[in-house]
Ligand binder design. Structure first.
Ligand code: SF4
Length: 321
C-alpha cells in the first residue's frame, strides 16, 4: 500500500527576506510593507471552498525576518489561516521556515503536523543558502530538534541533486535517524529531487533516477521503520514509480492540482496514480496530514477533528475503523 494526502495549498505570502539560489517561489518583499498583498481569510475561504476534497491545508509561506517589525503580523496571518482551516473542517500543516519556541508551540496547538526541510548537510547546501540568513545548517538542525522537544509530529526531507555527495546524503540520513531515536516525532522524510526553477519541465534522467533509488534504499535501511518515506510523484517518471516503491517509498505526499514550488511539473491526478499502481499490484490510499501512528500525540480537539475525517472516509469507502 502507498498513501497520499488530499491537499490544497494556501500561500500566506510569497514575499521572503531570504533569497535561496534555487527558489522560484519567492517574491522580493514590497518596500515599506512586506505583507502587502498577503492572503486574506476571505480569499483563503474561497480557495478552500473550491477544493472540497482536500483534508489537508498546506500553509506554505515566504518568511519575514525574526527582527522585523512585521514579524508579529506575519505570524498572526499563519495563526488565523490555521484557525480558518480548522473551522472549515480541514487539518492545517504549516511550513513557514524557522520559528521561535513560542511561535512553534502556538502553531503546534492548531496544526496536527508541521514541516521544515533539512534539505541536506554540507557545502553544496551552504552555497544555496548564502543569501538566506534563516537557512543556515545550524538553524535547520536546531529547528528539527526544537520540534522534537515540543512533541510535534513533523515532516522533513532532503533536497537531492544539488551537488551533494553520496556520503553527504548518507550523513544527513544518519543525523535524521539519530534525531528520530531521540524524539520519535519524524513522521515522514521527503526525498525530493531538485528541479531547476523558472524553466520548462525537464524530467529526471535515468542516472539521476538510479542514484535516487540508491538513496531511497539507504534511507529505508537507516531510518527507523515508523518513518514514512515520501517521493513527490510529479518530480519522478511515472513508468518508474513502482521501482521507487520497491526501494522503500510508501507515501506520495500532499497532492493538490498544482505544485506551487515546481509549477512546471503538474501533479498526476490521484485517479491516474491509482490506476497505474493497481495495474502493478499496489493500492493507493488517502491519509491525513498527520500519519495514523502520531494521532495519539495530538491535543483532544485536533484528535477529534482528525477522527471525524477518518470516519468520513471510512463511511464513503467502506473502511473498517
Ligand atoms: S526561504 Fe523558502 S521562500 Fe524564501 S527564498 Fe528560501 S526557498 Fe524561497
Amino acid at each position: 500500500m502507498v498513501t497520499w494526502s488530499p491537499s490544497v495549498t494556501l500561500v500566506p505570502t510569497h514575499a521572503c527576506f531570504n533569497a535561496c539560489s534555487y527558489c522560484g517561489f519567492r517574491h522580493a518583499p514590497a518596500a515599506g510593507d512586506p505583507l502587502a498583498g498577503a492572503l486574506t481569510d476571505t480569499a483563503a475561504a474561497h480557495q478552500l471552498a473550491a477544493a472540497p476534497q482536500a483534508s489537508e491545508v498546506l500553509l506554505l509561506s515566504g518568511e519575514v525576518a525574526p527582527s522585523s517589525p512585521h514579524r508579529q503580523r506575519w505570524f498572526a496571518r499563519l495563526l488565523s489561516l490555521s484557525r480558518l482551516a480548522l473551522r472549515h473542517g480541514r487539518l492545517p500543516h504549516t511550513n513557514a521556515g524557522p520559528l521561535s519556541w513560542r511561535e512553534m508551540a502556538a502553531l503546534g496547538r492548531l496544526n496536527p503536523s508541521m514541516g521544515l526541510m533539512l534539505e541536506g548537510l554540507g557545502p553544496a547546501y551552504d552555497a544555496l543558502h548564502r543569501h538566506a540568513p534563516s537557512k543556515t545548517e545550524a538553524l535547520r538542525l536546531s529547528q528539527l530538534e526544537q520540534a522534537g522537544r515540543l512533541g510535534l509530529p513533523f515532516t522533513t526531507g532532503l533536497l537531492l541533486g544539488v551537488g551533494e555527495t553520496a556520503a553527504e546524503r548518507r550523513s544527513a540520513l544518519a543525523w535524521l535517524a539519530d534525531l528520530q531515536r531521540r524524539f520519535g516525532h519524524l513522521q515522514e522524510v521527503i526525498l525530493q529531487p531538485w528541479r531547476p526553477a523558472n524553466e520548462p519541465a525537464r524530467p529526471l534522467d535515468p542516472p539521476a533516477c538510479d542514484a535516487l533509488l540508491d538513496t531511497i534504499a539507504e534511507a529505508r535501511a537507516l531510518l527507523p521503520p515508523e518513518v514514512h518515506l515520501q517521493l513527490p510523484p510529479n518530480l519522478w517518471p511515472l513508468p518508474r514509480l513502482v521501482e521507487a516503491l520497491e526501494a522503500g517509498i510508501d507515501d506520495l505526499g500532499g497532492i493538490d492540482t498544482r505544485d506551487v514550488i515546481n509549477p512546471a511539473y503538474p501533479q498526476p491526478t490521484p485517479v491516474v496514480l491509482a490506476e497505474h499502481l493497481e495495474r502493478q499490484g499496489w493500492r493507493l490510499r488517502p491519509r491525513l496530514c498527520v500519519h495514523d501512528a502520531w494521532l495519539p500525540w495530538l491535543a483532544p480537539p485536533l484528535r477529534r477533528q482528525a477522527a471525524r475525517q477518518l470516519r468520513r472516509w471510512a463511511h464513503e469507502r467502506g473502511w473498517r475503523c
